[in-house]
Design a protein around this ligand. Sequence first.
Ligand code: SF4
Ligand code: SF4
Length: 370
Amino acid sequence: MDFSARLKELESFERKDNKASLSSMLKQNGFTRRDFLKYSSAMAAMLGLSSTFAPTIAKAIELADRLPVIWLHMAECTGCSESLLRSDAPTIDSLIFDYINLEYHETIMAASGFQAESNLENAMKKHKGKYILMVEGAIPAGQSSFYLTLGAHAKKGEEIAKQACNNAAAIFAIGACSSFGGIQAAAPNPTNAMPLSKITNKAVINVPGCPPSEKNIVGNVLHYVLYGTLPALDNYNRPKWAYENRIHDLCERRGHFDAGEFVQSFGDEGAKKGYCLYKVGCKGPYTFNNCSKLRFNQHTNWPIGAGHGCIGCSEPDFWDNMGPFEEPLKSHLFKSISADATSDKIGIGVLTLTGLAIAAHAVISSVKKD
Ligand code: SF4
Ligand code: SF4
């Protein structure tokens, strides 16, 4: 694979003069060139490239300040932004986010009121057809769009998002809310909250999770910097490089699942021994994401590692479909998952025997153990 033409094209793009260079930002925060290359090598692996691409990835990251990014906040809690920005010490991911040409982001920009509105309009005009749009939050739409009015002119969120989508080069729905509606769209959905993909005709890449990991957010920017095209997607428009595998298949507790060793209640002997969390509600068998490989907070831990089951937050309508979160699923909706399931094959609502076998396996194993 040859990325040289793409990298050359990016080099010709205008760079913001007042930006510190990435190498000086890394140095100031205690990261060496070696750390950066190690990070680039890990990012190459995450995007499905061999480690020989580490220098190419490093170059692509250094050119990430050439692509303008507009980040909009709709109906949301800002947890997705916080996932990236609020580490106890700056991470390479958060420094890259500081370094990219972030033209508009309400949480971290100084402007407010009329000035903020005109900043957004100017950014959309200046970078028409060239900017990456990232949207956090669901969007109250249609007759309910008045539930989300924003800015000094009290514009509807739906109107702002549509306008921003129209002129974007690539669109990413960041988080469960923007990808699938999230908690705002959970029944009875009083504000008629919609996923971003429902209010625009343009292609939207979903990056679900509540919140998605910092790696999945930065990885998507990086993929676009490197390829200049949209990634391969699964049935729910999630990038396959991040959402292809099932949590259950790469889980560190999987051996215990196969051996029929389950936590029966939180705090019991099984919990102390790190047994499988299926019986206390883990939805890892029905969920596609890379948390089991990449973890959170600089790779330190993830929910299952900390002793709570996966709640399925990267799946559509998980608030309605995956609960109660601390009990195994009773609903028939997700019993379509087979042992070799991939995110492409899964279709919610399809009942297969293999799905039932997962539940049956847990029951039989527990009888055997008890
Ligand atoms: S996906 Fe979760 S963390 Fe992100 S804005 Fe929605 S509720 Fe908050
Ligand atoms: S059920 Fe959950 S805890 Fe158990 S192996 Fe699967 S993903 Fe891991």
